[in-house]
Design a binder for this molecule. Structure first.
Ligand code: ADP
Ligand code: ADP
Length: 227
């Protein structure tokens, strides 16, 4: 759990003559589920990648528990990110895929075993730990990607359109599973989607973005149900 603040964040990519993100402000409270929603190209992914440290912040401050994080290396941010294309290693087992990030951090073996077993149990992957990703369904692969994030015990989860490669039925199931995961882990999550229904069903608060700017912030009720 943590308090995350985005204070007047701007992003201009090298070579571009306009800002991809303009004056983004947001305070994220403990255990909040935030959804960024908006059309393709509006800056959702860029914002997420700046929070993760995968892109430099051009101007403004990212703070976690009042510490400025702008120059902190991604590995030291205690943030876990899940991508739409899973980013699994095809030649490794499910266990090794989930353990990889911990191994490179030189965590003791028994601790790794404990964390992977726990994540697998939460995600219903216990019977699949020795398989390779190629022998899994799309939904199972996405759960392995979630597992890689869970084992990190991160303060903040960033999910970038994690369900967009799944068919409609599975997407609805996984929405529920991610919402339950959020309850269980008691962590902050930022979830990016272009799907308004997804935003409305999952979010504590929704950030509506357009053309690099935050247009509105509010609960699903505030934004969609009030006259
Ligand atoms: P979204 O995630 O909402 O689809 P993005 O954050 O990917 O939007 O993109 C926001 C804007 O930044 C777009 O205009 C896009 O073309 C631009 N952009 C994204 N990545 C780069 C990059 N690596 N270099 C230059 N421009 C980029
Ligand atoms: P993270 O902890 O950021 O989720 P890991 O610690 O598991 O990622 O991965 C360690 C390094 O390996 C990172 O630099 C990451 O970008 C890279 N990596 C992770 N997955 C893949 C992949 N499927 N293919 C190539 N590189 C990857």
């Amino acid at each position: 759990m943590a308090e995350i603040k985005l204070e007047h964040i701007y992003k201009r990519y090298p070579g571009n003559d306009t800002d991809s993100v303009t004056d983004f402000n947001l305070d994220i409270k403990d255990n909040e589920f935030i959804v960024f929603v908006g059309p393709s190209g509006c800056g959702k992914s860029t914002t997420l990648r700046m929070i993760a440290g995968l892109e430099d912040i051009t101007k403004g401050d990212l703070k976690i528990d009042d510490q400025v994080m702008n120059d902190v290396h991604p590995k030291d941010r205690n943030i876990a990110m899940v991508f739409q294309n899973y980013a699994l290693y095809p030649q490794m087992t499910v266990f090794d895929n989930m353990a990889f990030g911990l191994k490179i951090r030189k965590m003791p073996k028994d601790e790794i075993q404990k964390r992977v077993d726990n994540a697998a149990e939460i995600l219903g992957l216990t019977d699949y730990l020795q398989r390779k990703p190629g022998a899994l369904s799309g939904g199972q692969r996405q759960r392995v990607a979630l597992g890689r994030a869970i084992v990190r015990d991160a303060k903040l989860f960033l999910l970038d359109e994690p369900l967009s490669n799944l068919d409609a039925k599975l997407r609805v199931q996984m929405r529920t599973q991610i919402a339950q995961l959020h309850q269980r882990l008691k962590t902050n999550m930022i979830y990016v989607t272009h799907d308004q229904v997804e935003a409305m069903t999952m979010a504590d608060r929704i950030v509506i973005m357009n053309d690099g700017k935050v247009q509105q912030v509010g609960t699903p009720d505030d934004l969609y149900n009030k006259p």
